[in-house]
Structures are given as C-alpha cells and as structure tokens.
Design a protein around this ligand. Structure first.
Ligand SMILES: *Cc1c(COP(=O)(O)O)cnc(C)c1O
Length: 341
C-alpha cells in the first residue's frame, strides 16, 4: 500500500506496532466499577506528571472540556473564552446545551492570549440581571501557538483576584511543553484543571484526560457517566495512553522541526506567505484563494498527500510524517506553482 501523507490534522495518526502490542496485552476490568487497573494507572500517572490530585480518562477532548465546565459551573453560570476557542466554537455548543452554562467569548490577541483587561471588562457584576461569571478558559497551544510563561502567571493571579476558576484546554499541552522546553507541569501548575488529548500528536487512537482536585474529578466522574462516557474495559485504550506518555512526548520536537522545515521550504515559493513567517509547534498557516486551494488539494491527492482546502490553509505535522515526506511535500507544492507561472 502506498503511504498517505496526511497534513489535515495530527488526529489522523495510527497506533504504532508497539502501541498496538501494549493495547493487546493490557490488563483490563470494568472501569465503571473502577476495576480496570490500566485505566487507574494511566490516571495516576497523568495526575502525578501534571501535578494534580486526580485525573479522569475520557473518550475525547470535547468530553473532557464539557465535563470540566459542568463540574466547575452551575446552571446560569458563565465562562469567558476565546472567540475561536475549541470549547466555544468547535464543541457544538455543548456547555450551553448540556450544561446551561453561558459562554462569553472575546477575541484572542495575536499571540493567542486573552487580554486580561478585556476579560475583566466582561466579568458581570453581582446583580440579578446577569449570569454569574465563574470561569476563565485558556487554550494552549492555540492554533499551534504557545502561551508565554509570564502570561500564565499573570492569568493565574488575575483569576485568583477575580474569584474565577481557571481551566486549560491543553489538547496539545505537550506540544507547548516541548516547544517551550519546560515540564508540562510548569504550564499546568497555574490552572485549577486541565484537559489533555492523547489522540493527537501523542499518536493514540482514542482518549483524553482531565485533571484537577480529587473532589472536582469525583464530580466530573458523575457528569462523564451522564454524557455516556462511562467506559468498561477501557484499559485497552488506556494502555495506548500509557505507552504514549512514555514514548511519544519528547519526539514531538521532531514534529516541530518538520513543521519548521516545511514552512521554510514553502516560504520560498512566491505564491505562499507563511503566516507569522514560520511554523508554530507542529502547525503552519497561509492564505490562498479558495479555488486555487481546491486545485492544489486535488493535485496533491494524486501523490497521496492530503490537505484540507479553504481560505486559510493549515498544515499539521505529526508522528506519521517523516523528514523525507516533508521534502516530497515541498517538491510537489513547488511543481504545482511552477506549472501555473
Ligand atoms: C482537538 C481539540 C480538542 C478536543 O477534540 P476531540 O476531537 O473531541 O478530542 C479540544 N481542544 C482543542 C484546542 C483541540 O484542538
């Protein structure tokens, strides 16, 4: 079978042979009874690694964020969140629909932070007219961008001052940590809770983790059951997560290097201007008119290279894309534009 080079997302990765081995030989039990030793080991390993009291394994990042919001906020509460944040824009309105939690979106700044002054201006006074502002949600990485370390510190003290809970959508937390060359715990220590995806750059087929205090995770366990996320012999999936935490984190640096090389190579093509002039962790973006983007996508497909067309092109590197693949992608995109001159 000819290799497919899939640049659409880092969710497209397939479990490696050793990961499949770990899954096949996992010890399992019924996790709704808390009988699955592999799930428990994964949860404990993650809690310790990220510096939280407790962790719960979930079926997706969307579910982890949803039950986090439902555990922190009550009916009629409000959370402040980025206009383009996953928890606001890409989770089908779950917090509002299922949690009765009102979102208050505000624009991200160019560096993917939320301006704390603008956040402060949106916090509602204690008054019967208003929803109760309860939580601030940040995203790291956001479109591949890493939140600056000093910003995290400021956001944490801001949240404390304003009596807000601080949640991190850390779907790509480990990309941020590796990109910043810090321990993931140095990022998560600023937050009351953190969601992390196993099924993106870490290469697992399924799964996310939500971390927080013991009592928060107990609450989240009830909401997870309610939304249909109580899984039984989930150790098969947790084994992939344990394998990934041990073997697939440091290697994210390779994905970042590959994205940088791709950005450099494509940046030399006249028709392409890489947003910000470089890749951000494992992603790069550039604008293109949609018709050309569709033609490019079709052209690349003939060489088994997949990309999502659109006005903004996002290319994502991951564990199944090699240095040689990057060279091939640059060569093919180059030839597409040379032929059009
Ligand atoms: C992918 C992603 C999630 C969770 O997505 P699932 O597909 O539900 O696992 C959450 N936040 C961000 C920023 C993401 O990129």
């Amino acid at each position: 079978m000819m290799k497919i080079i899939d640049l659409r997302s880092d969710t497209v990765t397939r479990p490696s042979e050793p990961m499949r081995q770990a899954m096949a030989t996992a010890e399992v039990g019924d996790d709704v009874y808390r009988d699955d030793p592999t799930v428990i080991t994964l949860e404990e390993t993650c809690a310790e690694r990220l510096g939280f009291e407790s962790t719960i394994f979930t079926s997706s990042g969307t579910q982890a964020n949803l039950i986090a919001l439902m555990s922190h906020c009550g009916r009629g509460d409000e959370y402040i969140v980025g206009q383009l944040a996953h928890t606001y824009k890409y989770e089908a309105g779950g917090a509002a629909v299922l949690g009765s939690i009102q979102p208050q979106p505000i624009e991200f700044e160019a560096d993917s932070t939320l301006d704390l002054q603008k956040v402060a201006a949106k916090i509602k006074p204690d008054d019967i007219h208003f929803a109760r502002t309860r939580l601030l949600c940040l995203e790291n990485t956001q479109n591949g961008r890493i939140l600056p370390a000093d910003y995290l510190q400021e956001a944490a003290s801001f949240a404390r001052d304003k009596n807000l809970v601080l949640h991190l959508d850390g779907a790509r937390l480990f990309n941020a940590a590796v990109g910043q060359n810090v321990a993931a715990g140095d990022i998560t220590k600023h937050f009351d809770s953190t969601a992390v995806c196993l099924s993106k750059g870490l290469g697992c087929p399924v799964g996310s983790l939500l971390c927080g205090t013991q009592s928060f995770i107990e609450e989240a366990r009830k909401w997870r059951k309610m939304v249909g996320g109580g899984m039984r012999q989930a150790g098969i999936l947790a084994a992939a997560g344990l394998y990934a935490l041990e073997h697939n984190i440091d290697r994210l640096a390779t994905d970042h290097e590959n994205a940088s090389h791709l950005a450099e190579g494509l940046g030399k093509i006249d028709a392409i201007e890489i947003e910000g002039g470089k890749a951000h962790t494992n992603m790069l973006f550039f604008e293109m008119d949609e018709a050309t983007a569709s033609e490019l996508a079709l052209f690349l497909q003939k060489s088994n290279i997949l990309m999502s067309p659109g006005k903004t092109i996002r290319l994502v590197t991951h564990i199944d894309i090699t240095e040689d693949d990057v060279e091939l992608i640059i060569e093919k995109i180059n030839s597409f534009f040379s032929a059009r001159k």
